[in-house]
Every structure is written in C-alpha cells, then in structure tokens.
Design a protein around this ligand. Sequence first.
Ligand SMILES: [Zn+2]
Length: 87
Amino acid sequence: MSEKRKYKKRYCKYCEAKVDFIDYKDVGSLKYSLSERYKIMPRRLTGNCKRHQDMVTIAIKQARAAALVPYTVSRKVVAATPYEEIR
Ligand SMILES: [Zn+2]
C-alpha cells in the first residue's frame, strides 16, 4: 500500500521536466525508475509515458554496462544501504 502511495500521481515526470534525453551517467535521475533492488520500475508504478520509459530503460541498461548501477543486489546489501554506494 505504501508503495502505491509513493507513485500515486499518474503523470510522467520526464514530460513535466521536458526531458528529451536521459543521460545514463545521471544516476540520480535514473534512481527514480529503479526499485530498491535496482530493478527497473514498471511504467504502471512510475507513471512514465511510453517514450520516456523506453529512454529510461535504455539509459539504465547502459548504466549497468558501465557499472554505474548494479545488475543485481543481494538481500543483505539491500537491507543495509539501498542507494549509498552508487553516488
Ligand atoms: Zn514522458
């Protein structure tokens, strides 16, 4: 329930910010579309539009290949610090 509240408003925040290009090096903005285990959040939760969700997906995959975002996270790491390490 609390997780749904977080994404209650159904609008694309990238459209609102008029983003045309999502940089894979900008991990801070990618984090919004990542779950706490670094999985890509589905569009129904983030409210992103199709266009921006595709851009985010590509950017996250590039970031993973560049080791800016981990592919998988073990349970123990998640419990300790979700986002501390990727600054
Ligand atoms: Zn959008």
